[in-house]
Design a protein around this ligand. Structure first.
Ligand SMILES: Nc1ncnc2c1ncn2[C@@H]1O[C@H](COP(=O)(O)OP(=O)(O)OP(=O)(O)O)[C@@H](O)[C@H]1O
Ligand SMILES: [Mg+2]
Length: 299
């Protein structure tokens, strides 16, 4: 038996922990605060750092990620069910090798799926576990059923907050619902757009003044992104700003946020939930747990 064989046997026996897939849901309370751009650009940063990155566009009906990445995927999430395609059939490759599982109108019906169909959908996503290191889910704003479903598959949320008072109130509501209903433990806050670090810290403190008082969830300051005309120009060119203008202020801010995220080994339900690694972690575990809980509630 060679070394690879013995490693495989050990892994099969559960003696070597598989490197867990890290799943982040990018979300916000209020719409239009930069989720899609944060998702696309963080994905590019992580891919450039050598990670195998998948974006799931869960912002149903709008399919924004493909626009920001300049892609026209042939298939979408819904085709996993409707056309019985495999996950590798429906993926589409974008800049820096980032892979995209696009949103499609078919996915709109996700909340209306039967339990059997939900399980079928979850099983269809199984191979993702082996294919990628990081999954970024661009979830819609707010707390609708589809958002809960997708965000519930993540160990952590990246919460994009704009400096407007309404955004803060909505961000609080989002932390509340996602921590209580979708089991998200940790919220990494990005303030966007904001003038400087000091202003970003001020916004963050306003948010944690309330989350810290009323909620259990861990809310951390991940970084801020300055308002930057280059970001807008990149959107118009349908390219991520980190690709098109890598030394612009917004691209540099996103790059350092990405580095911080990649360097962070302590985060995630994986670290906090002793059950998770035993079950393989990642998407499937989270969805199965949600599924069981929803059945328990229904029963
Ligand atoms: N740092 C920034 N500098 C300049 N403009 C920005 C910045 N961040 C976001 N924008 C502007 O905000 C718009 C919305 O960004 P984006 O589509 O990423 O938000 P979103 O949260 O995904 O929106 P939705 O809720 O509609 O999905 C962009 O088209 C861009 O014009
Ligand atoms: Mg969006």
């Amino acid at each position: 038996m060679d070394q690879a064989d013995s490693l495989r046997q050990l892994a099969a026996a559960g003696k070597i922990a598989k490197r867990p897939l890290r799943v982040y849901a990018v979300t916000s309370g209020k719409g239009g605060v930069g989720k899609t751009n944060v998702t696309a650009n963080l994905a590019v940063v992580a891919a450039r750092a050598g990670k195998r990155v998948l974006i799931i566009d869960a912002d149903l009906g709008l399919a924004n990620v493909e626009i920001v990445l300049g892609l026209k995927p042939r298939y979408h999430l819904g085709d996993l069910l409707d056309k019985g395609l495999s996950v590798s059939d429906v993926l589409c490759e974008g800049p820096a090798g980032v892979m995209l599982l696009g949103a499609g109108s078919g996915v709109r019906s996700l909340t209306h799926l039967s339990d059997e169909q939900k399980m079928q959908f979850i099983s269809a996503l199984d191979p993702i576990e082996e294919m990628f290191d990081i999954v970024l889910i661009d979830s819609g704003a707010g707390i609708g059923d589809n958002v809960l479903f997708f965000v519930g598959a993540a160990q952590e949320a990246i919460l994009v907050v704009s400096p407007e008072p309404t955004s803060l109130v909505d961000a609080y509501a989002t932390v509340k619902v996602l921590s209580q209903k979708a089991g998200v433990h940790t919220f990494n806050v990005i303030v966007n757009p904001v003038v400087d670090e000091l202003a970003a810290r001020g916004i963050f403190q306003k948010l944690t003044a309330v989350t810290g008082k009323f909620l259990e969830a861990k809310v951390r300051h991940l970084g801020y992104i300055p308002r930057d005309e280059n970001l807008h120009r990149a959107i118009m060119a349908q390219r991520p700003v980190c690709e098109m203008f890598p030394s612009s202020p917004s691209a540099r801010a996103i790059a350092s946020i990405g580095e911080r995220l990649l360097a962070d080994k302590q985060t995630g339900a994986m670290a906090q939930d002793p059950q998770a690694p035993a079950l393989g972690g990642g998407l499937k575990f989270m969805w199965q747990r949600l599924f069981r809980e929803s059945q328990a509630v229904a029963g």
